[in-house]
Design a protein around this ligand. Structure first.
Ligand SMILES: Nc1ncnc2c1ncn2[C@@H]1O[C@H](COP(=O)(O)OP(=O)(O)O)[C@@H](O)[C@H]1O
Ligand SMILES: [Mg+2]
Length: 369
């Protein structure tokens, strides 16, 4: 799939702007704080209905109005399709191909987008939460039902946590919450483990190519719950663990085990990259993970996702830049960069260049190929 057009109304610093895109490469340049990332953000919300840089939808509404409207047109399976999202302080409303969606999750499985920012380069060395988010985002795109399971899990987790902190403990209610937590939790764990198995195979190959076979990348899903056996068995083991740890959890006022505490362990040549990897290795690992994300969508959905590269190329050395660009010739790219002169840019034959200035986008005809 690829985007042909986006219209932003009162979105971030855009008052009203329509941009027509190139099916292959779109380069977005301009000085700092002009609206380059905002443009990518407008595209990104088409995939999950959420931003990649804030959890608060209202932050995206332009300062001068009460709501924003973002409409995109894209081609999927040879057909023109559209998504329109209206953000207001009361919530959001979504239209898919002109029909109002009943719930936000109806948006999933329409437009596929992978986003790669300098934040993602740190995915390997930062806190486990970043890696859980990475898995969750991808799984939401791959399996819409995962999105609702995750939402239910989070809700029950909050319910159990508030019960842990209440003065009189209702054991009957606690058992219901723990059963539900284990039910949703075991589904999340199984999906993440399956995902990590696929991710492992693809990212291992990519990492080996980038390092000319010198390094071996490996991934492991590290769960706080015993994960042997079927989903039912994982669920039972999770219930037992919650039960056993209840006293400790009451003392801490929070739930110590479950997928909200799990991690994705990443090793190079058997050593944990988080603790022992050089910055270069960490970046190569992150690049391999991100490219693997693209490949998994291609394999599972038989569709090309659009890839957003926000200020990330300049963070990579020439060799990794080249690898990235060369391995993505089949994917629509949106690349923001302050500087667009030089060898790398000239190697992108078909492209459109946009200049962003104070929330306005113009085509740069002089540089366009
Ligand atoms: N909700 C909003 N309403 C209006 N302007 C906003 C809003 N959020 C951010 N901005 C403005 O957007 C600009 C930053 O845009 P951004 O796309 O992040 O810049 P860059 O071009 O460096 O990527 C800043 O000038 C900021 O004040
Ligand atoms: Mg930016």
């Amino acid at each position: 799939m690829y985007f042909t057009e986006i219209t932003l109304k009162n979105f971030r610093n855009y008052k009203e702007q329509t941009v027509s895109f190139h099916p292959n490469v779109n380069i977005i340049t301009g000085n700092n704080a002009q609206g380059k990332t905002n443009l990518l953000e407008g595209l990104y919300i088409m995939s999950l209905g959420k931003s990649f840089r804030t959890n608060k939808d209202v932050e995206m509404i332009g300062f001068e109005g009460d709501f924003s409207c973002v409409k995109s047109v894209y081609i999927k399976e040879g057909r023109e399709r559209s998504i329109e999202i209206i953000l207001s302080r009361q919530g959001k409303s979504i239209q898919i191909d002109g029909c109002k969606a009943k719930k936000s999750s109806d948006l999933l499985d329409n437009a596929y987008i992978v986003c790669f920012t300098p934040e993602d380069l740190k995915i390997v060395k930062e806190e486990p939460e970043k890696r859980r988010k990475f898995m969750d985002r991808e799984l939401c795109q791959l399996k819409p039902v995962y999105y609702s399971t995750l939402a239910r899990y989070k809700k029950v987790l909050m319910q159990r946590n508030s019960l842990l902190k209440s003065e009189s403990l209702n054991n009957e209610l606690m058992e219901i919450w723990e059963n539900n937590l284990a039910d949703y939790g075991s589904r999340i764990i199984i999906e993440r483990m399956n995902f990590v198995e696929k991710l492992k195979i693809i990212s291992k190959q990519l990492h080996s190519s980038i390092t000319d076979g010198k390094e071996e990348l490996d991934l492991f899903y590290e769960s706080s719950v015993p994960v042997k056996g079927s989903r039912e068995e994982i669920k039972e083991a999770f219930i037992k663990k919650l039960n056993k740890e209840r006293k400790r959890d009451i003392f801490r006022g929070s739930t110590g085990s479950g997928p909200h505490r799990d991690d994705l362990r990443i090793t190079i040549d058997g050593k944990d990259v988080r603790n022992y990897g050089s910055q270069g290795q960490q970046r190569t690992a992150a690049l391999s993970l991100k490219l693997a994300e693209v490949r998994i969508i291609q394999e599972e959905k038989k569709e090309n996702p659009a890839l957003l590269l926000d200020d990330v190329l300049s963070e990579l050395d020439k060799k990794r830049q080249k690898f990235l660009i060369n391995s993505l010739s089949d994917v629509q790219l949106f690349i923001t960069a302050a500087e667009t002169k030089g060898e790398l840019w000239n190697s992108l034959p078909e492209r459109k260049v946009f200049v962003v200035e104070n929330g306005r986008v113009t085509n740069d005809t002089q540089v366009a190929g």
